[in-house]
Design a binder for this molecule. Structure first.
Ligand SMILES: NC(=O)c1ccc[n+]([C@@H]2O[C@H](COP(=O)([O-])OP(=O)(O)OC[C@H]3O[C@@H](n4cnc5c(N)ncnc54)[C@H](O)[C@@H]3O)[C@@H](O)[C@H]2O)c1
Length: 420
């Protein structure tokens, strides 16, 4: 098989995690890619990724600083894992050069940035896939199958509540607290927007109160202590070089009421400034019963209450006899019909990223469209900004108005800062 020459563009935390995902797919014998480039203007980061790749994949990709250098490597696809502010320019530039793109979430930094990406993608006919991992969790696949099978009847209400217990602590990096670089309500909010639309269909409007509760954030690693927000254990080295205290400019909590096109209603809490007991709840209530869903990437079981019975074990699978995971997910997670799994977080993380790569490769080969395309990725950005625009204006905000750039009170300064 001719492998697809690929480069990872952006060799920070997620760039390294993507490499671990690519290696996972490679080990399973399912990778259609050959990693030929590690691209980052910060040479140390690109070299670090290339060194790890040499160990994990057996060959060391070339280290380059930009696309002009990358184009000499004859790449056919790029995986963009830079900070969000650069996603749109790098995507538009890549498809202009004829390269397929997988881009990390949020697809673009604003709705306008996403629209530039949509236009370029549609005109090119190339694959532009958004690396959205949460929906690919096998437990979320089972939940979707139960919903589609009508096991809880027509959904009427979705409850999504997440409040971490981190108080004023930095979430992974300084940029995640800066409005003009991707605040936390966008960074994490797009995952939840995607999962809400995956389960419930399109969101039409939101009313939200948003807050910036913690204007000064604390990074313990900046004063020589252990990093406290370090998914997959890759961020510590960078966190040690970040300031111990810094100003946050992006809102850190959203309290919203959501309307779905189906007529169903959602209640939404996303709080990254909670000092008290952490909160997690994701429930869907329908005309016949309810689903109580575990946190993403935990592998914990769904609890379904329907017909006077509550089940949270392998009997869930009896309700959906046709449910099958796709080939890559089944191979990586160890079965095509799962109701729970039990892996350390790092392993689950890289398996889900491997599934993203498998989807991207399949789309390039023309086997199927990318599951989360730039249209869906842009919708998630628009839903997150609908909350922030609602918070800024005190109005109910329609997602389509955000997508069509008719409402941009909150986003305008961000667009201006990017010159778009
Ligand atoms: N899906 C998830 O679970 C998940 C988790 C973490 C991060 N992310 C996403 O991944 C992306 C990266 O986040 P991160 O935590 O790795 O950030 P990071 O700050 O750790 O790394 C960003 C890297 O991009 C590089 N970079 C910046 N501009 C570049 C350019 N023009 N060309 C090439 N490289 C460039 C930086 O030098 C840095 O090495 C973000 O979009 C973030 O939202 C997704």
């Amino acid at each position: 098989m001719n492998r697809i020459p690929l480069a990872i563009v952006g060799c920070g935390g997620m760039g390294h995690r993507h490499l671990f995902g690519l290696a996972e797919l490679h080990r399973a014998g399912l990778s259609p890619f050959e990693l030929v480039g590690a691209c980052d203007p910060v040479t140390d980061n690109a070299n670090s990724l290339a060194d790890e790749a040499a160990t994990l994949l057996g060959t060391r990709p070339a280290v380059v600083a930009n696309y002009d250098e990358l184009s000499k490597l004859n790449v056919a696809a790029v995986d963009i894992t830079t900070t969000p502010r650069f996603h749109h320019n790098l995507t538009v530039d890549a498809v202009g050069r004829g390269w397929h793109v997988m881009v990390e979430k949020p697809a673009g930094l604003t709705a306008r940035a996403c629209n530039l990406m949509r236009k370029a993608a549609n005109e090119s006919g190339l694959v532009v896939s958004v690396a959205e991992n949460y929906r690919r969790d096998p437990i979320n696949r089972l939940a979707k199958a139960l919903l589609d099978a009508g096991e809880i009847g027509i959904p009427r209400f979705m409850l999504h509540q997440s409040a971490g217990g981190g108080g004023n602590r930095m979430l992974i990096s300084v940029w995640r607290h800066q409005k003009d670089q991707s605040g936390v309500l966008l960074d994490v909010g797009v995952h939840f927007a995607d999962i809400m639309e995956y389960f419930m269909g399109e969101i039409t409007s939101v009313y939200a109160q948003t807050r910036l509760h913690e204007p000064i954030r604390h990074n313990p690693a900046g004063e020589g202590k252990e990093p406290t927000s370090n998914p997959a254990g890759v961020y510590g080295r960078w966190q040690r070089t970040m300031p111990a205290y810094f100003e946050a400019t992006a809102e850190d909590a959203s309290y919203a009421t959501i309307l779905f096109a189906s007529g169903a209603v959602g209640q939404y809490l996303e709080d990254h400034a909670n000092h008290g007991q952490p909160i997690w709840a994701r429930q869907i209530h329908g005309a016949k019963g309810s689903l109580d869903l575990p946190n993403d990437r935990t592998g914990r079981p769904i609890r379904m209450t329907s017909g006077g019975e509550t089940i949270d074990d392998d009997r869930l699978l009896d309700r959906v006899p046709d449910f099958r995971l796709d080939e890559a997910t089944a191979a990586l997670f160890g079965g095509d019909r799962l109701w729970r799994y039990d892996f350390p977080f790092n392993e689950t993380d890289r398996k889900l990223i491997a599934v993203e790569y498998a989807d991207f490769g399949g789309a390039i080969a023309g086997k199927h469209p990318a599951e989360v395309d730039i249209e869906q990725g842009s919708r998630s950005v628009a839903v997150s900004y609908a909350m922030l625009e609602s918070g800024a204006t005190g109005q109910i905000v329609h997602v389509q108005d955000v997508l069509d750039e008719r409402i941009d009170v909150y986003q305008r300064p961000i667009n201006e800062s990017m010159g778009i």
